[in-house]
Design a protein around this ligand. Structure first.
Ligand SMILES: [Zn+2]
Ligand SMILES: [Zn+2]
Length: 382
């Protein structure tokens, strides 16, 4: 065993020391050495009731003779005079009576941290600190504002409006079939391509192992810098001495160190490949066509489609159609103007736009925050 555990940390050593305790004279309160049979100050005997105490970090007893006394066993109590005598004495050191019926003082184990705490009703927990008043008020105001906003946005009121302008736009996105000149590595050239030329070019590098080199590497190491001596319980030996158990808890620090390691070296070697230039026919986005208007009926622009099967260079196709409608609205109650592109989050449709002609009047729904939600298009609401 080298004192190391599997995880590399040091085993916690346990050591035991014998130390001398003390006692307080019940007659004159003087502090006396534990082994002393009589009070140094007043001469009173160390009776059976006198308790032994032990200072933290009391010096260990090293003298062989003293150690032998400490280990001899607890003192015994004279039944005639209450004096306590060392285990080695066959006669009472106080009155000289023979030991025969004398009882021994108790040998007591004292756990780490002193006496075992009495089990009792647990302390009631302190109530949590009250919230500061300003914080409560702030929360209240935020909650109130939130309520007002959601109330206003949910509330809907109908009001008369007039359409004052119409705007529409229609766009067709288009593509043209064109011959392009492109380049690609020979394994990536499309099937339909027509090869024009090719060139040998560097396509990349490959890494080739090229021996080893010494590299300095820093690393951290846990270094033991000492031990903390932590008391872990003691035994009152009943004769003025205590046997104290200590755990020797190792202390560490992290240390930066460097070491030399062998590292694989590489050199780069170029890789060459054929870069091919070719022609290929593709559909390419070209300029869209657009029509815009106001009160006139929306129409699609001419996309100028040219179609051949199979496609020929110069053919034009439609890619996508997009339409957008907007009506300008005046609220009759206050003259406020709105641009309406959506109703209830849906884009205006062609049919809706054709009904909402300039100069017509409708009933519209406004939110409590003043947004126009919807124009009532069914005749009943007109
Ligand atoms: Zn005394
Ligand atoms: Zn006696």
């Amino acid at each position: 065993m080298n004192g190391k555990k599997k995880d590399g940390s040091d085993e916690i050593k346990v050591i035991e020391e014998i130390v001398e305790g003390y006692w307080i004279c019940p007659n004159c309160n003087a502090k006396n050495r534990g082994a002393e049979q009589q009070c140094d100050a007043c001469g009173a005997i160390r009776g059976a009731d006198v308790q032994f105490h032990c200072d933290d970090n009391a010096p260990a007893i090293t003298d062989e003779a003293e150690l032998a006394k400490a280990k001899a066993g607890p003192d015994w109590i004279c039944p005639f005079c209450d004096n306590t005598s060392p285990a080695s004495s066959e006669k009472c050191t106080g009155c000289g009576s023979a030991r025969n019926s004398g009882k021994q003082r108790a040998v007591k184990e004292i756990p780490a941290g002193g006496a075992v705490p009495k089990a009792g009703p647990s302390q009631p927990k302190a109530p949590p600190p009250p919230m500061p008043a300003a914080f409560k008020i702030g929360c209240g105001i935020i909650a109130l504002l939130f309520l007002i906003v959601s109330f206003l946005s949910c509330r809907e009121t109908p009001e008369k409006i007039e359409i004052i302008d119409n705007q529409w736009s229609r766009v067709i996105e288009r593509q043209e079939y064109k011959t392009l000149e492109e380049k690609a590595w020979q394994n990536e050239v499309p099937q339909a391509a027509i090869r024009l030329s090719s060139n040998r070019e560097k396509r990349g590098d490959k890494e080739i192992p090229d021996g080893f080199e010494d590299v300095q590497e820093t690393y951290t190491e846990k270094v033991k810098i000492g031990e903390d001596k932590v008391e872990d319980g003691k035994i009152d030996l009943g004769n003025g001495r205590f046997q104290v158990k200590y755990k020797m808890v190792p202390k560490y620090k992290e240390e930066q160190r460097t070491r030399t390691v062998k590292k694989q070296k590489f050199r780069k070697e170029p890789i060459y490949d054929e870069m091919v230039t070719y022609n290929i026919d593709r559909w390419i986005d070209i300029a869209p066509v657009e029509l815009k208007g106001t009160q006139d009926e929306p129409k699609w622009p001419d996309p100028g489609v040219i179609k051949n099967t199979p496609p020929k260079i110069g053919d034009i196709s439609e890619k996508a159609r997009k339409e957008a409608y907007m009506v300008k609205v005046k609220r009759l109650s206050d003259g406020k103007e709105y641009e309406v592109k959506k109703m209830r989050d849906k884009e205006l449709t062609f049919d809706q736009f054709m009904k909402l002609r300039k100069g017509t009047q409708w009933e519209a729904i406004f939110s409590g925050l003043g947004d126009l939600r919807e124009i009532k298009l069914d005749p009943a609401a007109k």
